[in-house]
Write a protein that binds this ligand. Structure first.
Ligand code: 9UX
Length: 71
């Protein structure tokens, strides 16, 4: 299990952050997710044997937002 932070672009309301939480939260291998609308941060705990960071980023982008890994 790994915990990673991402920067999200394109969120303008609380429904946006909930959309991402729901969408990423449904992915197999995701244990915990939270999205902070105010800071544009997403934190995800996930099983590295099932998911890669790029899978998560892809999912966010399919939902209509931009995601970048935080350094
Ligand atoms: Mo409401 Mo957030 O349309 O994009 S969900 S602003």
């Amino acid at each position: 299990m790994k915990r990673k932070s991402f920067n999200i672009e394109g969120m303008t309301c609380a429904a946006c952050s909930r959309t991402i939480e729901r969408s990423v939260g449904r992915m197999k291998g995701v244990q915990e997710i939270s999205v902070n609308l105010a800071t544009n941060k997403m934190t995800v705990s996930f099983d590295t044997e099932i998911l890669k960071k790029s899978d998560i980023i892809e999912r966010v982008e399919k939902a209509g937002f931009k995601a970048k890994e935080d350094e």
